[in-house]
Design a protein around this ligand. Structure first.
Ligand code: ATP
Length: 341
């Protein structure tokens, strides 16, 4: 493993911000660190960077323990959401900064900065000051500056949070291409699940200081390990009791929690669902047209479920009786572990 955390724990006073977190990251991967606000994402980054000391646990780079290494000796690049460019320095000097600190020769610095300008599409902007750039351009400069000294690990803390939605979408695709090209192991913090799913090779989901799951976006989507993960990635219906639903034996499932994704549900008039005999009866409560589908809220045995319906099919009316066919259910036991799908 390139970057490893073993049983990291960190408290502030009596508050446990990081709780026994372990993970491994392979070289060159782009990792999305995802979770709700206050979950502990920044604290993990700060420990990796050496800006915060863990109470217990180890951090290893290439198998070497780095707990006692000073931040500047760890070879880490940073990009934060508030740009943190040097305001009085040009684009060129900002990118050159880390190389100057490393006491590279003028010629080496020039060659590397020019390479990065080319790579990050900043040509023609080298003489500008940060205030003469757009938010997206500033983040590209921040990225170029962070990777200029060829760090072992790049940490991005909500790098696109301050940028409007459209540019943000472009920037994250851009970021993915850049990381693939330069091959630097990168962890980026976000609380935007769409952002993480779209660009990350792997996602780590942090909640209440604990690592709930690490995996590829598809693994996490298809096999959420906890109800929290199922609710956080993708859309879901959470049900306390499914013993009324067809095909689910109540006594097989004591205290199970069920999660049903909307795309696991077929909903329609008689003749529209694929196995009518296995379908439940439901009552339509709400219908929204979303372009790619209808989103329908339906009541089944006292539970409200969100389901999708093909936009090709006619609109359902509120109050209408419909057939509801549930294709799959995620079941979690009392310890909140996925037991069946
Ligand atoms: P956000 O998405 O809001 O940035 P986060 O997941 O990055 O949140 P952290 O910044 O790691 O969360 O904070 C985790 C918890 O630890 C929070 O409750 C925070 O208030 C607390 N915390 C972080 N740093 C300190 C500190 N230096 N002293 C006291 N409490 C802290």
């Amino acid at each position: 493993m390139h970057i490893e955390a073993r049983h990291l724990t960190k408290s502030f006073g009596s508050f446990r911000a990081t709780d026994n977190v372990s993970f491994g990251i392979e070289k060159g991967k782009l990792i999305g660190l995802l979770g709700p606000s206050g979950g502990g994402k920044t604290t993990i980054l700060r420990m990796l960077a050496g800006l915060e000391e863990p109470d217990s646990g180890d951090i290893l780079f290439h198998g070497q323990r780095v707990n006692d290494l000073a931040p500047q000796a760890r070879g880490i690049g940073f990009v934060f959401q508030n740009y943190a460019l040097f305001r009085h320095m040009t684009v060129f000097d900002n990118i050159a900064f880390g190389l100057t600190v490393q006491k590279k020769s003028k010629a080496q610095i020039k060659a590397r900065v020019e390479e990065l300008i080319e790579l990050t599409g900043l040509k023609g902007l080298t003489g500008r000051l940060p205030h003469q750039l757009s938010g997206g351009q500033r983040q590209r400069v921040a990225f170029a500056r962070a990777i200029a000294p060829e760090p072992q690990l790049l940490l991005l803390d909500e790098p696109f949070a301050a940028i409007d939605a459209k540019v943000r979408k472009e920037l994250r695709t851009w970021l993915k291409e850049m990381i693939d090209r330069v091959g630097i192991t990168t962890i980026f913090v976000t609380h935007d699940q769409e952002e993480a799913v779209e660009v990350a090779d792997q996602i780590m989901i942090i909640n209440h200081g604990r690592l709930e799951q690490q995996g590829t976006p598809i693994e996490i989507y298809k096999k959420p390990r906890t109800p929290f993960v199922a609710g956080f990635i993708g859309e879901s219906n959470q049900l306390g009791d499914i013993s009324n639903l067809k095909g689910f034996e109540a006594d097989l499932l004591p205290n199970a929690r069920a999660i049903i994704r909307p795309e696991f549900i077929e909903i329609g008039r008689p003749g529209e669902v694929s196995y009518p005999s296995a379908a439940e009866q439901g009552t339509v409560k709400q219908v929204y047209f979303r372009g790619i589908n209808w989103q329908v809220e339906v009541e089944v045995e006292g539970d409200r479920l969100f389901a999708y319906r093909s936009p090709e099919l006619p609109e359902l009316k509120i109050g209408e009786q419909v057939q509801v066919l549930i294709h799959r259910v995620y079941l979690f036991n009392e310890q909140d572990q996925l037991t069946q799908e």
